[in-house]
Ligand binder design. Structure first.
Ligand code: PLP
Length: 408
């Protein structure tokens, strides 16, 4: 009685690793939660206050989202992007994940997914019954596909429509996409649409970081929201910004929204106006400073001849490769690491890599973000002493992992 396509889906690896971690914790083992991808920081207080002030908002809001919110997002984007996105080009959803699912349902064509890709793109493409083409990448190219790799895939059927998913800064690699110009050339040449998943864009460590939406806005849907920079994953608010050239897609998503979630929770939408119109640069800089310091500590501690990693460029992940012949699959390796050290990570196979590639995603957010933030506001240099004080699980867990890797 269940559709074959749905039977193909399996429970997400994050849930499994959490269950396993809980079972070990129940037996008294100390677990380092490096498998979970959630912002450790609190929502800025002015935004929380706005939510309190708007608890009484009880009406259904427009399917595309509250005008005042779309307007504040539009002004925010206009400040940061060259392309102009009017309020009518913005679509508000209950998290970007839901909007991406609606996109997969509406779109008739094939999906181009770099290896690695965020865990939900692939199952959502299956649900949308879209054919998936995996694109190989290299560590040396920051784990993003080259234009050549994209061209090699689409040239096989130039008549097809394609959406390329590009996520920078990336989950799981923590890297940003640098070969934007060549990607832009190839997407223009073959009329490819890009879903630019910029959910970690505010957390790019270097300033003036560029995205594909800056280079090739007319072909790009921007996908972002509150979940990562604002520490508000549980609030469930994300948005798509469409260029005029792709507004037809927006119209279809609007209809799908009206037949599914109707509109995002009213108090959350009212509160989010302040998230995009007030100045949160101090909050963002402080959280970024912490993430960068923790990320660099993990990178510098772990990297060795046995552990290859790229330096993280943003967000809160990095992706070590453990050079060994001991394990058949990355899941087997992650299980062994969890049992031996208590460090929970997700295997690379969850992100599209072949099982024998010994990669894992390490999320460096196992610390109390409120405490760390309150004690380091305005602090430029977060040294190891502060890390030991405010991120002791990160320091202990990474040192355990390092020791484990020395015996590979
Ligand atoms: C790369 C990436 N894209 C999208 C999402 C979904 O975010 P949202 O909370 O907006 O649904 C996540 C959340 O983990 C993510 O890591």
């Amino acid at each position: 009685m269940i559709k074959d396509i749905i039977k193909k889906l399996k429970p997400s690896a994050t849930l499994l690793i959490n269950e396993q971690s809980k079972a070990l914790e129940a037996k008294g083992k100390k677990i380092y939660k490096f498998g979970f991808g959630q912002s450790p920081f609190p929502v800025p207080t002015d935004v929380v206050e706005e939510l309190k002030r708007n608890a009484h908002q009880n009406k259904y809001l427009p399917m595309q989202g509250l005008f005042e919110l779309r307007d504040s997002v539009s002004k925010y984007l206009t400040k940061n992007k060259k392309n102009k996105y009017e309020a009518d080009n913005i679509m508000i959803g209950p998290g970007t994940k839901e909007l991406m699912l609606l996109l997969q349902i509406a779109f008739e064509g094939d999906i181009l997914l770099p290896i690695p890709s965020w865990v939900s793109y692939f199952p959502q493409a299956l649900i949308g019954r879209n054919k998936i083409h995996w694109l190989n990448t290299k560590k040396e190219n920051n784990w993003f596909p080259s234009a050549e790799e994209i061209e090699r895939t689409v040239i096989k059927n130039k008549m097809k429509k394609y959406i390329l998913f590009l996520n920078s800064p990336n989950n799981p690699s923590g890297n940003i996409c640098k070969n934007l110009n060549e990607i832009c050339d190839v997407i223009k040449k073959y009329n490819i649409i890009v879903l630019s998943d910029e959910i970690y864009s505010e957390l790019a460590f270097e300033s003036n970081c560029k995205f594909i939406s800056d280079i090739c806005p007319e072909k790009t849907i921007i996908s972002t929201g509150l979940s990562k920079w604002c520490g508000a994953g549980g609030w469930r608010l994300g948005f798509f910004a469409f260029p005029d050239e792709l507004k037809e897609i927006k119209s279809s998503l609007k209809i799908l929204a009206s037949e599914s979630f109707s509109s995002v929770s009213a108090p959350i939408q009212f509160a989010t106006i302040s998230a995009y119109s007030n100045d949160h640069s101090k909050y963002i800089d402080s959280t970024k400073n912490i993430l960068k310091s923790v990320g660099l500590f993990v990178y510098n501690t772990l990297k060795s001849n046995n552990v290859l990693i790229n330096k993280p460029d943003g967000g809160f992940y990095l992706m070590p490769e453990f050079i060994n012949n001991k394990f058949k699959t990355s899941s087997e390796m992650c299980n062994k690491i969890l049992n031996d050290t208590g460090v929970a990570m997700l295997p690379g196979s969850e992100f599209g890599f072949s099982e024998e590639k010994m990669l894992a995603r390490l999320s460096f957010t196992d610390f109390d973000g409120s405490e760390f933030l309150n004690n380091t506001v305005g602090c430029k240099n977060i040294d190891e002493k502060l890390l030991i004080k405010f991120a002791p699980n990160m320091v202990d867990g990474v040192n355990k992992l390092k020791k484990w890797s020395e015996n590979l």
